[in-house]
Design a protein around this ligand. Structure first.
Ligand code: 26Q
Length: 821
């Protein structure tokens, strides 16, 4: 009989066991007999980290010696999730570790559950940043992620009597085994104060900012391991601390204790991640956060550049490209100008030339309420010199606009960084476009709409500057690590190099009609569903039928994403069953995961409604378990990793034109879920890949949404003309789902009827319901469904984040890979 492990693996296993035990003893001060799962987890991380750090040292040395050009990914959010499983997979140590621990009597999958998620992001944008740095390391591209070391990540969600409660997230309470503090690279950041105008000896006007406050930025490095472990890049996150010395100029000059100083304590800056999703908040601390990490990061980049090139700025743009993840880091543009003009004493044009060759900007939204604007007065108070610089940038830009469109004040008003009005506002989107050499949207249709609707004047002024880079997801985390059974099946069928070349999955297509393969594929799905069913039973005490369709909608809660459209359809099914006990449908489990921004009333009402309607349906014997509704609390990366492999149906039902891309749609399809969705964001490109027969597309298109809006959309038309819609909405007004509390769910009805149904839920309802009937029919045909599911997995090659990164490299970054030996 062949040995189960090769000789080198056996040695690795012994070494690994030795390392884990050593860390139990020497790092954690415990031993094999006393250690609990948490200690085993930490010791295992420490053993893995030894390998990670070796790769990090080699990578940094190689990049330094080769003086490589690098991309600097600026993002207020990095939604990393858990790192142990990912790092083990990328180092090729997963099996070794699993076997080693087994021999020590420890189950790896159990101890992995000890790791808290690094939830330093809200949703799609933050997770995209995490997938991108995984791909950058995998593709051996010199890159560094820059962000904020939040003490508290996105709030933990609890559900009490159906309603969302927010609790603080404390991911570092028991220490983070992956991060390394780098006190040698601390930076100082200034805030508040005033600007003094001086006249230099050559008559040149000099501006000197006398800050009111100085704070320290302490960098924490998280190693980012590429697949196969060659390149290890870093994610550098800044933590704020009180400075050792204050700048007392304001006090001395004004003779009074500046009130601002009380406003922002140094330590508060990196205390908590703002939980807003797609709504602009305008909070002072948020702007301070943005400036804080941008300023630290720029100084860090410049320090590294100067180490190699001294004061010669001429090669800066060859070495440095900075990608702005939405407008959250846009303040980096005037900050770099300040450093170049006020500190390095470059003349304006030279400085501006550098700036506009360094920055590139990714747009993630078209929603007007989500476009960042800051009151000029607020910027003036926090960053007085930066406001002057913004005005100067704008002044010169307006002159350029006047050259192109002489005397056209309408054009100027639209293109200006400053929005005039009751309160002057600084438009961060306009600043980002003007200060960058490239602008991109995140899916074809989104980029098209950025050009056509959001920035048409910029498109006319600078044709070609706005481009598309369709989003992607890392297949290492979102297939290999989260779905080991499917990965093993795929390995067996087409070989194991697909994680690096996802187009290889296409090789599964030719087996899509093979009965044996179909059976194996669906057996994996079934086993994943059993695991999720257990989790549902454990956390919510709801029994779900594993033979039912697992229909999943997981994403932040927002009206445009239309979780309430899903809910209205569930109510329709319920009503049909009550009216006709023999109503013919395959049993279905509707599973939701969603956090609502704490201040978003209607979003919270929708969560409450899902829970109350679900509770009623789940406990109504007349339903005979044909429908179950499950709201999984505290949706997060590690929960997504359990839900996605167990999904049959992927709900991607945003109003056309509103979802920039979506990335959950890609993760679900990759794991063999079929999409029911609108022609929005990346759904369109998914449909192109899988073909119309393998996706359930419904609803208004972008053009039809626009046309209906222009014709004067009236939701009451749908209410009065569709008896089912009327019955459901009226139902919400009763106390049927909220006994003793009539009207508790009425805000949903109001938003749809009285407030105009801005997201056209009622207009799409019937088409959605019809599409759901098609889903039901398809599922009943086992062979057909298996084939469709396989084709979905097979056709997802395009959506690897490696492809997205290659697009950025080719179109924008002009980077070269650097092999690390
Ligand atoms: C704004 C102001 C104040 C505080 C917070 C914010 C804030 C924070 C996060 C605004 C927006 C976000 C996140 C946006 C986001 O996740 N957008 C999503 O980005 C994905 C990646 O490109 C897309 O796939 C989604 O379509 C898009 O909604």
């Amino acid at each position: 009989k062949a040995p189960s492990t090769t000789a080198s693996e056996a040695i690795n296993k012994i070494d690994f066991k030795e390392a884990v035990i050593r860390h139990l003893h020497c790092t954690l001060g415990t031993d094999e007999n006393k250690a609990n799962n948490h200690a085993w987890w930490k010791a295992t991380c420490a053993a893995i980290q030894e390998n990670v750090l070796e790769g990090l040292r080699k990578t940094q040395k190689t990049h330094y010696l080769n003086d490589t050009r690098a991309v600097h990914y600026f993002s207020a959010e990095f939604l990393m999730g858990r790192l142990l499983s990912n790092n083990m997979h990328n180092l090729g140590l997963f099996d070794t570790a699993q076997e080693a621990l087994k021999e020590l009597g420890v189950e790896l999958t159990d101890i992995m559950e000890e790791e808290p998620d690094m939830a330093l992001g809200n949703g799609g944008l933050g997770r995209l940043a995490a997938c991108f740095i995984d791909s950058l390391a995998t593709m051996e591209l010199p890159a560094i992620g820059y962000g904020i070391h939040y003490e508290h990540g996105l709030f933990r969600q609890e559900i009490k009597s159906g309603a969302q409660i927010e609790r603080p997230d404390s991911w570092r309470d028991y220490g983070n085994p992956w991060e390394i503090c780098r006190p040698e690279s601390i930076q100082e950041v200034s805030l508040y104060g005033y600007v003094e105008t001086k006249y230099g000896e050559n008559g040149r006007i000099q501006k000197e900012w006398h800050p009111g406050v100085t704070v320290k930025g302490v960098p924490w490095d998280i190693p980012v391991v590429g697949y196969e472990g060659k390149t290890v890049n870093v994610l550098r996150l800044w933590q704020s601390e009180a400075s050792d010395y204050f700048n007392w100029d304001v006090f001395n000059a004004g003779g009074y204790v500046d009130a601002q100083r009380e406003n922002v304590h140094a330590e508060t800056i990196s205390k908590v991640l703002y939980p807003n999703d797609e709504t602009e908040a305008g909070k002072e601390l948020r702007l301070v956060q943005q400036y804080f990490f941008c300023s630290c990061s720029l100084k860090d980049i410049i320090r590294r550049y100067k180490r190699a090139h001294g004061d010669d700025w001429s090669r800066f743009v060859e070495q440095v490209v900075i990608q702005l993840n939405d407008t959250h880091p846009a303040i980096a543009i005037p900050e770099l100008m300040r450093i170049l003009v006020d500190r390095a004493e470059l003349d304006w044009d030279k400085a501006w030339n550098i700036c506009t060759q360094v920055f590139a900007y990714t747009n993630h939204t078209l929603l007007p309420e989500a476009l960042e604007k800051w009151p000029a007065r607020m910027i003036e108070k926090i960053l007085p010199r930066h406001l002057e610089i913004i005005y100067e940038i704008n002044h010169r830009f307006m002159a350029l606009v006047d050259k192109k469109w002489p005397g056209d004040n309408e054009k100027k008003a639209k293109l200006s960084i400053i929005e005039e009005g009751n309160e002057k506002m600084v438009r961060m989107g306009n600043l980002s476009v003007i200060g960058s050499f490239a602008v991109n949207g995140v899916a074809e249709i989104h980029s098209h709409l950025v050009k056509q609707n959001l920035f048409p004047e910029f498109e006319a002024l600078w044709p070609g500057k706005i481009t598309n880079v369709t989003n992607g997801i890392t297949p290492r985390r979102w297939l290999k690590a989260c779905n080991p059974a499917l990965s093993a099946l795929i390995d067996k069928k087409i070989g194991n190099d697909w994680p690096l070349d996802l187009n290889k999955l296409e090789g599964l297509s030719k087996h899509a009609e093979n009965k044996t393969f179909q059976k194996q594929f669906m057996q994996v799905k079934h086993a994943n569903k059993q695991r999720l069913a257990k989790e549902i039973k454990h956390s919510l005490d709801i029994d779900v039928d594993v033979n039912a369709i697992f229909d999943v909608q997981i994403k932040r809660l927002h009206e445009y994403k239309r979780q309430h459209l899903n809910l209205l359809h569930i109510m329709a099914l319920y009503r049909r069953i009550l009216e006709n006990p023999d109503y013919d449908m395959h049993p279905r489990v509707f599973i939701f995961g969603a956090k609502a921004a704490p201040g978003y009333r209607l979003a919270k009402d929708i969560i409450y409604a899902i829970n109350m309607v679900g509770n009623k349906i789940n406990n109504d014997p007349r339903v005979k378990n044909k429908i179950k509704v499950v709201f999984m609390p505290n949706y997060r990366v590690s929960l997504a990793e359990k839900m996605i492999p167990a999904s049959d149906v992927s709900e991607q039902i945003s109003t056309a034109g509103k979802e920039a891309s979506g990335t959950g749609n890609m993760k679900l399809a990759l794991n063999g879920a079929l999409t029911i969705g609108t022609l929005d964001g990346a759904n369109i490109e998914i449909a192109e890949e899988v073909g119309d027969d393998n996706i359930f597309i419904f609803g208004l298109t972008v053009d039809e949404v626009d046309a209906l809006k222009n014709d004067g959309y009236n939701p009451l038309d749908y209410y009065y003309r569709d008896a089912e819609i009327k019955a459901i909405l009226d139902w919400l007004e009763t106390d049927y789902f909220t006994p003793g509390q009539p009207g508790a769910l009425v805000s949903i009805k109001q938003s749809l009827l009285d407030e105009g149904d801005a997201y056209m839920v009622l207009a799409d309802f019937r088409a959605y319901s019809d599409a759901q009937i098609k889903v039901d029919e398809a599922y009943r045909d086992k062979t057909r469904w298996a084939k469709m599911a396989i084709i979905n997995t097979a056709k997802m090659g395009k959506f690897t984040s490696d492809r997205s990164i290659q697009d950025y490299v080719d179109k924008i970054w002009k980077l070269r890979a650097c092999e690390v030996k």
